[in-house]
Design a protein around this ligand. Structure first.
Ligand SMILES: *Cc1c(COP(=O)(O)O)cnc(C)c1O
Length: 407
């Protein structure tokens, strides 16, 4: 076995230098170089340990190196990893049934990244509009929300309201209309005979953990049913346990027509996303319509099957609910004049700082020095989303640091 000892011996600073020199600068990460991780803890290239309070934007919901998931991945690595969809494999069928059942739906369409899942949902809604709803060719309209985040492909950024996501990347894909998030009248006014879908996040993560008004999604459900519009919930970040339920939309007691999943579905090991819906809606696809070389590959399917199995007991969801309430309660009790608002659901919390307190990044950097990793979003908000395997003791450890930095 060859070991690249030269690389293994680089310091954190040297690794950052390599990225600065040889990689595109499309991110601005905290200056920490993770070299190892276990559960909720990561270790940097220089041996310093940190508590991970971000969990790769919920992709690591079950913790780093989760023993059950790693075991399944290792076994599958030795069996078969990729067949393409030119052939069947023995993991996709079982995953399709198990994931559809977890969602209370009938069928899935597997892809890899979240953005591909969103693209797939858009194609689903458009083709459903033309073939089932009778929308005139080329006229299908999908409604999206202000401050949405659904990924980074050219079509997906076409309906972003964040100028930085779009600047320099046009021309854009037509066929989208933006309405204010949480505003049911705006949605009602925007729906016309060409509207095929309403694409929405149950809680807006990237926008700063924005929870819509109570009752909003009940009204969305009724309106979409009345107008024959597909209600498409992007649960890529909010789904799979994060908010204290398997799906965030369950808090509202409604069922969307289409669910988009990603991130945690791959157990932090493999990218896998999926569009989950009814047999009828997904039957708009016929062979050759759509696909992906890695979509439905047996390695990610095997890991995702384990993720589904782990979610079945409800333990992770219950833990997220209980510890989330505890975390939010303790955060709200901190005596500081720096905080404007604390929002969240389950283990998904946004701490919004007052403008005069300075940008959230400042606090994230101070917390990093204190041994805790989290990330700012939209300048003033610090996002906390630890792996769901976190303990109360670890949360107390984090709170000690947060309190110190804030007071
Ligand atoms: C992360 C995310 C996406 C995009 O997923 P990628 O895997 O990064 O392409 C889409 N929607 C939501 C809500 C997300 O959080």
């Amino acid at each position: 076995m060859t070991v690249d000892t030269a690389t293994a011996q680089l310091s954190g600073a040297q690794h950052i230098e390599l990225v600065e020199t040889f990689a595109a600068h499309n991110y601005s990460p905290l200056p920490v170089v993770v070299a190892k991780a276990d559960g909720v803890w990561v270790e940097d290239a220089d041996g310093k340990r940190y508590l991970d309070m971000l969990a790769a934007y919920s992709a690591v919901n079950f913790g780093h190196g989760n023993a059950e998931l790693v075991e399944v991945a290792k076994q599958q690595l030795d069996r078969v990893t990729l067949t393409s969809r030119a052939f069947h494999n023995d993991q996709l069928g079982p995953l399709s049934r198990e994931l559809a059942e977890l969602c209370g739906m009938e069928a899935i369409l597997p892809m890899n990244t979240g953005a591909e899942g969103v693209e797939t949902a858009i194609k689903t809604a458009r083709k459903w509009g033309y073939t089932k709803k009778g929308v005139a060719p080329g006229k299908a309209k999908i409604i999206c929300c202000t401050d949405n985040f659904h990924g980074r492909t050219t079509t997906v950024i076409s309906f972003s309201t964040d100028p930085q996501c779009r600047d320099g990347f046009g021309p854009f894909t037509p066929g989208f209309e933006i309405v204010e998030y949480g505003n049911i009248d705006a949605l009602r006014n925007a729906i016309d005979e060409n509207t095929v879908g309403f694409l929405v996040e149950p809680i807006q993560g990237e926008a700063g953990i924005i929870v819509p008004p109570e009752g909003y999604f009940k009204q969305v459900r009724d309106l979409c049913t009345e107008k024959n519009v597909l209600f498409i919930a992007d649960e890529i970040q909010s789904g799979l346990g994060r908010t204290g339920k398997t799906f965030c939309i369950e808090h509202d007691g409604v069922v969307p027509d289409v669910l988009i999943l990603g991130k945690a579905l791959g157990g932090g090991i493999m990218p896998i996303s999926a569009v989950v819906s009814s047999r009828e809606i997904l039957s708009v696809f016929t062979p050759g319509d759509h696909g992906s070389t890695f979509g439905g590959n047996p390695l990610s399917c095997a890991v995702a099957r384990k993720v589904v199995e782990m979610l079945k007991t409800g333990d992770y969801q219950q833990k997220a609910a209980e510890l989330g309430d505890y975390l939010i309660g303790r955060l709200r009790a901190i005596k500081t004049d720096k905080i404007k608002e604390i929002r969240g659901r389950g283990l998904w919390v946004g701490v919004e700082f007052k403008t005069e307190a300075g940008p959230a990044k400042k606090y994230c950097n101070a917390l990093m020095d204190a041994g805790m990793l989290c990330k700012d979003t939209h300048a003033q908000t610090m996002r906390l989303a630890p792996p769901l395997v976190i303990t109360k003791e670890d949360i107390d450890w984090a709170l000690e640091r947060i309190e110190k930095v804030l007071t």
